[in-house]
Design a protein around this ligand. Structure first.
Ligand code: PLP
Length: 376
């Protein structure tokens, strides 16, 4: 929580919940990633928070960008960054969007199937492609399931197909799952990547790049290892699996770049109980799953919450949002400890909300405005 954010909130006139992002913290995070892995290129995953001020700052600092759509590519190009600093990292793209990205200058594309390779060969002749391999996401608080990536054995066929169609079979990518607190996750994935490099080499194709994805955590309620620990672990794994022939490498931090830079201010709308004897209070905020806190789905991400009554005696609460949808409950299976003295009208600060909040907000479900965002 930065003093700049607290200052801004103190002086703020407007009503309603908002997120405030401190660019100084984003700058520190970028420096931490760039410093922890000095030979690795940083591609900020724009989806985590595509606010123009954040993209502008990162472009100025020398970051590259991982984009998932033509819309994100255009947002990055609006910073003045060259298209050579963009990776179209979504493995699921319309052919006409590939063509549009190519026309905008993008030359680096993710694939995880021969079907996608064929689209790229038609719409982006000669481009570089990397194949995403499946990762089980064990240890991640927001795992990515089997939606993206293919088995490593298939990756070699996908890349060979790309090579045959005149594309540059450039490398391998993986994502170990978001909010990944297990440093060893990258080791398993890098072992897989090295296997694909070996198999491709036997087929006469030398891959050049490993895209090590995102997954770097933000501190919520539990401590997480710092960026330097990730850098060390990853560098050791790279050396273990690739020896002294290290490939070019990329990381794509999203959450780790902006998560801790943002704070949401919200207001307590109601505190009530379901019966006179009910020990559990229900605390309803003016923000919930539909206006920025979507990652509380399945209670996956537990945000630190500060109240003006911190230090007073606490008791467990169910925490919920203000809308008329019954899924708009943030924490119920594991209730949240809040002060007994917390009162209707109190403002609360929800920390580490810089990532995956603004763009996850609905455009106006139930007539509540989308999450307001201030970048300072
Ligand atoms: C979402 C995403 C990221 C960022 O993930 P974080 O866990 O937020 O760091 C990186 N790469 C790809 C391909 C993604 O889809």
């Amino acid at each position: 929580m930065s003093d700049r954010i607290l200052d801004f909130l103190r002086r703020r006139k407007s009503d309603g919940p908002c997120v405030v992002v401190d660019l100084d913290i984003v700058r520190e995070n970028y420096a931490a990633f760039a410093g922890a892995l000095p030979d690795t290129s940083v591609f900020y995953a724009a989806k985590a928070n595509p606010a123009p001020e954040i993209l502008n700052l990162l472009a100025e600092l020398g970051s590259s960008f991982d984009c998932a759509s033509v819309g994100e590519i255009e947002m990055v190009l609006a910073t003045g960054a060259d298209a050579s600093r963009i990776s179209y990292g979504n493995t699921i793209k319309k052919e006409r969007d590939i063509a549009r990205a190519y026309a905008l200058g993008v030359r680096l594309f993710a694939v995880d199937s021969v079907e996608e390779v064929e689209k790229i060969a038609r719409a982006a002749a000669g481009a570089r492609v990397f194949c995403r391999v499946l990762c089980d996401g064990v240890g991640a608080e927001w795992p990515l399931s089997r939606k993206f990536g293919c088995e490593p054995a298939m990756a070699s066929d996908v890349l060979e197909h790309a090579h045959r169609l005149g594309l540059e079979a450039y490398g391998v990518s993986f994502h170990v799952g978001s909010q990944q607190a297990n440093l060893g996750a990258w080791d398993l994935a890098l072992a897989m990547a090295a296997d694909v490099f070996g198999e491709m080499s036997r087929r006469g194709i030398e891959l050049k790049m490993v895209n090590m994805g995102g997954g770097f955590p933000t501190r919520y309620l539990k401590d997480v290892p710092g960026v330097p620990s990730y850098g060390e672990a990853i560098f050791q794994s790279l050396t273990r699996h690739f020896g002294n022939r290290l490939p070019a490498t990329i990381i794509e931090p999203g959450r780790g770049m902006v998560g801790n830079a943002g704070v949401i201010e919200a207001e307590v709308v109601l505190i009530s109980r379901k019966s006179a004897e009910d020990p559990i209070r229900w605390v309803y905020l003016d923000i919930g799953k539909f206006h920025g806190l979507a990652e509380t789905m399945d209670e996956a991400i537990r945000y630190p919450i500060r109240t003006p009554k911190d230090g007073d005696q606490t008791a467990p609460c169910v925490l919920a949002g203000p809308t008329c949808d019954s899924v708009d409950v943030l924490y119920e299976k594991t209730p949240y400890e809040l002060p007994l003295s917390l009162a209707i009208g109190d403002k609360v600060l929800i920390e580490a909300c810089g990532a995956y909040t603004t763009t996850y907000s609905t455009v106006g479900f139930n007539g509540f405005a989308p999450l307001a965002s201030h970048v300072i």
